[in-house]
Design a binder for this molecule. Structure first.
Ligand code: UDP
Length: 333
């Protein structure tokens, strides 16, 4: 029996596949390669280039493989883009998940772990954020992820499918062995953009807003290492396999860093001055997102191994320094 990883050629998906294979699991990867990279897929995983929105392609995959559980990363995930092109997010994230759930039910596959996000909370009522806190997304990306969570609940009632939704805070870093790392096209995330400066690909980093109600005016985020996120997916799937009930878990380190602080850590790690320029706020950005992950620690037994921001940025730098063009397509923007 195999684990099906949807979006296994993307950033968090590819890292999860590496950890699954390291743990001796049989892995099938499905990815439409619109944003993922074939080279990011572990050579021991069986790869299918399919789109979760295609019932035909997904049906053929489920017919061919014996799938025990699904880990679902296949989604669009850029806050800014979701504000300018919301229908893309409804199509890929919500409609994609609907089609996937139909395929799963038709093939009697009833366990799924999937990527949710801190963006489901919107502007938090307090930090650290608990899973039971108010969810009122301020961007369309978070809105579609929250809708996916609700869709899973109703599907569970009707069809008995059990799920774990993992609300990530800010995923970053790269596998310590350096084989894979973060590569988006175009890149929009803070740490890889900062590291483009010492890599000679960007002159300076833009800071989106310095008038937020935070200690230095820039946004606060909770940065969590991608390998720690990967481990949480494996624990969540095992939890479901052992009969665990459907649930939602935050995944973060519980410590917030401002944009300026992240830039300072990158200066220290790379030894480069990394010039920064203050720019207008980016639409849809809450001032502060910091997780309480006590529930994941208690229920899933999750223990982040790379909690220190300097260690996280150093692992990212190790990847970007040695792979300035990501997976080698030369399209880094
Ligand atoms: N950010 C920034 N400059 C950039 C990219 C991001 O100041 O070039 C800020 C962004 O406004 C947010 C934080 O860095 O406050 C993290 O953004 P990212 O896109 O990495 O993750 P998100 O919080 O959107 O999931």
């Amino acid at each position: 029996m195999a684990i099906l990883v949807l979006g296994g050629a993307g950033y968090i998906g590819s890292h999860t596949v590496y950890e699954l294979i390291r743990a001796g699991r049989e892995v099938v990867v499905a990815d439409n390669l619109l944003t993922g990279f074939r080279a990011a897929v572990h050579p021991k995983a069986r790869f299918y280039q399919v789109d979760i929105r295609s019932r035909e392609e997904m049906g053929a995959l489920f017919d061919r493989e014996h799938i025990d559980g699904v880990i679902h990363f296949a989604a669009s995930s850029q806050v800014g883009e979701s504000m300018t092109n919301p229908l893309k997010y409804y199509d890929n994230n919500l409609w994609g998940t609907t089609a996937l759930l139909e395929s799963m039910i038709a093939h009697d596959v009833k366990r799924i772990v999937f990527s949710s996000t801190a963006a489901t909370y919107g502007e938090p009522e307090r930090v650290p954020i608990l899973e039971s806190d108010r969810t009122e997304p301020t961007n369309c990306y978070g809105e579609t992820k929250l809708a996916m969570e609700k869709e899973m609940r109703w599907t569970e009632r009707a069809h008995g499918l059990r799920f774990v939704a993992l609300r990530y805070f800010n995923a970053c870093g790269a596998i310590p062995s350096g084989e894979i790392g973060e590569a988006h096209n175009p890149e929009t995330h803070l740490i890889p953009l900062i590291l483009q400066v010492p890599n000679g690909q960007r002159e300076k980093i833009s800071v989106f807003g310095d008038d937020y109600p935070t200690k230095d005016g820039t946004c606060i985020r909770d940065y969590i290492h991608v390998t720690d996120l990967a481990q949480a997916h494996i624990l969540a799937l095992d939890y479901l396999m052992q009969g665990g009930k459907s649930d939602v878990f935050n995944l973060g380190n519980g410590v917030g860093f401002t944009v300026r602080e992240v830039i300072d850590v990158a200066r220290k790690v790379t030894g480069h001055p990394i010039p920064a320029e203050i720019c207008p706020r980016r639409a849809g950005d809450p001032a502060q997102l910091v997780a309480s992950s006590e529930k994941a620690k208690q229920v899933l037994g999750w223990k982040p191994q790379y909690a220190d921001l300097e260690t996280i940025v150093a692992s990212a730098w190790n990847w970007h320094r040695t792979h300035p063009h990501g997976f080698g397509d030369g399209r880094v923007k």
